[in-house]
Design a protein. Structure first.
Length: 209
């Protein structure tokens, strides 16, 4: 039970997530839990995952090895990265790769969103990915977030405004979503290139609100 959102506008990509976790009907707010974050950074990519909190632990552990392929720059690169990871996730992390015998392929138990200087992406359990032009959301509050982001996109000046609108709507109406929110903005590669003569380093801002 989570809501993850991404947006891009005016040279920036932004990703945000709520910090509420649940054990059945028991709600665990960030004020009670130290490790309440649902997002992590791998290289220049920030990833937010929905579902079990174990997935984020596994993701961090797996990519802590610098020898692992970790390319999230395109949909094809994400597929190859997760295809290489699948073998190790099964054998080293005991991932249940085929919970449903009717599946066409074994599944990798990651579902979420990613933002990096190349854009905003969704990551699916079959290791495929989609890239988006404007925004997207994942998790239990997805529908509320998508509606809110659609409503504000044209008027908003920044990707962060759009992300926060989605998170606030989800927290208002979805029982599995709760504040505070974690939000990170990343300059897109085109914006970075336009500043190259000034040697500007990508700025990543983490905020809770």
């Amino acid at each position: 039970m989570s809501t993850i959102v991404v947006a891009q506008k005016n040279g920036f990509a932004c990703i945000g997530a709520d910090t509420l976790s649940s054990l059945g009907s028991l709600r665990q707010k960030a004020s009670h839990v130290v490790n309440s974050s649902k997002i992590t950074q791998i290289g220049d990519t920030v990833i937010g995952l929905t579902g079990t909190s174990a997935s984020l632990v596994v993701l961090n552990s797996y990519f802590a090895n610098p020898d692992r392929l970790a390319d999230f720059s395109s949909t094809n690169a994400i597929f190859e990265t997760l295809r290489h990871a699948h073998y190790h996730l099964k054998n080293e992390y005991f991932m249940a790769a085929a919970p449903d015998k009717g599946e066409e392929y074994e599944t990798t138990q990651f579902y979420g969103l990613a933002a990096n200087p190349h854009g905003i992406f969704a990551i699916y359990s079959y290791r495929s990915a989609q890239q988006f032009h404007r925004f997207w959301s994942a998790g239990s509050g997805r529908d509320f977030a998508l509606g809110a982001m659609q409503a504000v996109y044209e008027q908003a000046e920044t990707a962060e405004e759009i992300v926060r609108a989605g998170l606030h709507a989800s927290a208002e109406f979805d029982s599995g979503t709760g504040a505070p929110f974690e939000v990170i903005s990343i300059p897109l590669i085109d914006a970075r290139a336009s500043r190259a003569t000034r040697r500007v380093t990508p700025s990543k801002r983490v905020r809770r609100a």
